[in-house]
Design a protein around this ligand. Structure first.
Ligand SMILES: Nc1ncnc2c1ncn2[C@@H]1O[C@H](COP(=O)(O)OP(=O)(O)OP(=O)(O)O)[C@@H](O)[C@H]1O
Ligand SMILES: [Mg+2]
Length: 605
């Protein structure tokens, strides 16, 4: 920021120089008209500034015989002013682009460090708008409006004394309508500020509908909702049009009234000036000078009202940006020296005691207050623990707590004896390989997606991990193999393929703690068996938590926990649980009887 302040200061200096030099142009014209073209006797006593300028040009007689000097001097001055004005624009652009870029970088970085609880309640569309259009408003303001405000200030500071020095009454006449014009502009734009805001809001609503529609385009098609969706867009679309028309109509009013006032000001100056020239009170040269100044000033003056209201718009945009930056990042309470004491690799024992957690804004369940209501269990290093339970039981929530995406409110989780909440998040996440319930792939190549947790993984390792997840052969059938682009810009993978990639991605990290959250739900039975077999081969190398609904997936685990309403209701091996009455036995009976029925049907068919 400091570097940019210097650039802005330099830009302001260039702006001042450009303005002052521009103001010299009409002065030369005035001197030439009054002393070299007209008869000097006809001109009343000349202001000192003009006399001095005349001297600089070699005196009245010299100028009369070398009349070309005046236009050449005027062009030269305009040229120098133009150079300064160019440098000003360049510096301001450099500074504003740099600030906007920095702002976007900071925002993006900040958003990536905000806690999961923030992203739970913040709308993605709203965040995108703040990162793009609010930053753009700020950028535009910094690139142009700041300089326009500077311009108006320099004009007022330079022009007024100059014109007063030339002729006081004529200055008053020249500014007679300028004051009301500025006030009119300011009042007008203040009054219709809500119109601008309404247009912005209507645009936001329109974007939200389109964004949601595109995200759910398959659902729209599958439910044949095209007609409904078109109607849903019609209302915000029409509203946006109406508000825009209203704004444009108001703006037409503004510019036509302001055009009229500006031209009236010129006419007034010409009328009174000409009268004074006829009376011999004012020289023709000065009249020309004042008219030239007026035309230089009228445009910036008419812009002032708009700029002042844009100031309001920018401050709204800035406050929306600041709102994001003000949210505290995920903070690690652990002092940095702890990192040195931590082992590079976790052994992988987990001890959970009386764990409680409730989502902010989460609906309290009938059975308890939150998603987790007093969990206690232990997992030995290298053990495979399966977790089963009805939808909403709190399985994914438990995984999120282990990853420190959320912080538990009561109870404790210990990894190798260290309290989880005291461990640095990045270290914890580095120890865990996770396959989320809804795996996400980036619009990158397969290889880059697989390397997500292990940037410098070598190809043989990548292939091993993919083989383990049963996706290697499939990848080889793609034309570009591991270099195939996936996601929005590339190949669309099936749900099962995506899950297998996510498993390979997690395994490639070789983490001491592996978490599979319903990671096999979309994988076909043959692949599932192969993956489970491969996982068993690796038994002991990582503590593994497997969440699943299919009991066949869980049966091989060392131990199984049955979760309901955030509590453990059963635990034991498959054989134990299948033998005791309870949820597990019921599920087992349902799932095996379905399989048996299917078998029977197939045989009798
Ligand atoms: N981000 C969230 N904000 C508020 N409540 C949430 C959030 N995520 C989950 N919940 C609630 O917490 C409870 C447990 O959800 P969780 O995702 O842990 O269930 P689950 O056992 O993984 O279910 P499933 O088998 O369907 O994946 C549910 O009642 C759910 O509505
Ligand atoms: Mg879940």
């Amino acid at each position: 920021m400091r570097g940019q302040r210097l650039r802005y200061s330099l830009a302001l200096i260039c702006l001042t120089l450009a303005t002052v030099i521009t103001f010299g142009v009409p002065l030369v014209g005035t001197a030439a008209i009054d002393h070299a073209i007209g008869t000097p006797a006809a001109a009343p006593s000349s202001p000192r500034l003009i006399a001095w300028l005349l001297q600089a040009l070699g005196g009245a007689d010299h100028l009369r015989t070398h009349l070309w000097l005046a236009p050449v001097a005027m062009v030269a001055l305009a040229l120098v002013a133009g150079v300064f004005s160019y440098v000003k624009g360049w510096l301001a652009a450099l500074a504003s682009e740099q600030i906007a870029r920095q702002l976007k970088d900071d925002l993006y970085d900040h958003l990536n460090h905000l806690p999961a609880t923030y992203h739970d309640q913040a709308g993605t569309g709203d965040l995108v708008q703040r990162c793009t259009s609010d930053v753009e408003t700020t950028r535009q303001f910094l690139a142009t409006q700041v300089m326009q405000i500077g311009n108006a200030a320099v004009l007022a500071a330079a022009a007024l004394p100059l014109m007063l020095a030339l002729d006081v009454p004529m200055t008053l006449v020249s500014f007679a309508l300028v004051g009301p014009l500025i006030v009119y502009g300011y009042v007008f734009f203040r009054k219709i500020q809500h119109v601008f805001r309404e247009v912005d809001e209507a645009e936001g609503a329109l974007t939200a509908v389109i964004q949601e529609n595109l995200t759910g385009i398959r659902v729209v098609r599958a439910f044949a909702r095209q007609e409904f969706e078109r109607n849903r867009l019609a209302t915000p679309n029409a509203l946006f049009r109406d508000r825009n028309i209203r704004m444009l109509r108001l703006m037409s009013w503004y510019w036509s009234i302001s055009d009229f006032a500006a031209l009236s000001q010129l006419g007034l100056a010409l009328l009174v000036g000409a009268h004074w020239v006829a009376q011999g009170r004012l020289s023709i040269g000065l009249l020309y000078g004042f008219l030239a100044y007026l035309s230089l000033m009228l445009w910036p003056v008419r812009e002032i009202g708009r700029i002042l209201t844009d100031l309001g718009k920018t401050s709204v945009a800035l406050s929306r940006i600041r709102e994001i930056l003000a949210v505290a990042r995920e903070r690690d309470p652990a002092p940095s020296f702890r990192l040195a004491l931590l082992p590079e690799r976790l052994r992988g024992t987990i001890a959970v005691r009386d764990l409680h957690f409730a989502h902010a804004g989460g609906a309290p369940t009938a059975e308890g207050a939150g998603a987790l209501n007093g969990l206690s269990f232990d997992v030995a290093a290298g053990e495979t623990l399966a977790i089963l339970g009805p939808s909403g039981a709190g399985k994914s929530t438990l995984m999120h707590l282990l990853l420190r995406l959320y912080d538990y409110t009561e109870g404790s989780i210990r990894l190798d004896g260290h309290e989880l909440s005291a461990l640095p998040r990045s270290w914890v996440r580095g120890q865990i390989g996770v396959v989320m319930q809804e795996p996400f792939l980036f619009s990158k190549t397969l290889r880059e997606n697989l390397r997500l947790g292990h940037n410098d993984a070598a190809d043989p390792d990548i292939h091993d991990a993919a083989r383990m997840a049963g996706i290697h052969e499939t990848i080889l059938t793609f034309e570009e193999g591991y270099a195939t682009l996936v996601g929005e810009r590339g190949l669309t993978l099936s749900g099962g393929q995506r899950q297998r990639l996510a498993i390979a991605r997690a395994v490639l990290k070789r983490p001491p703690l592996l978490i599979l959250d319903d990671a096999l739900s979309a994988v076909d039975a043959a692949n599932e068996a192969a993956i489970l077999h491969a996982l068993q081969q690796r038994r002991g190398s990582a503590t593994t938590l497997v969440i699943a609904h299919r009991l066949a997936t869980l049966a091989h685990a060392d131990r199984i926990l049955v979760l309901d309403h955030g509590r453990i209701i059963q635990s034991g091996t498959h054989a134990e649980l299948a033998g005791q009455p309870g949820l597990y036995q019921r599920l087992w009976e349902i799932q095996t009887s379905i399989a048996a029925e299917l078998n029977h049907d197939l045989k009798s068919a």
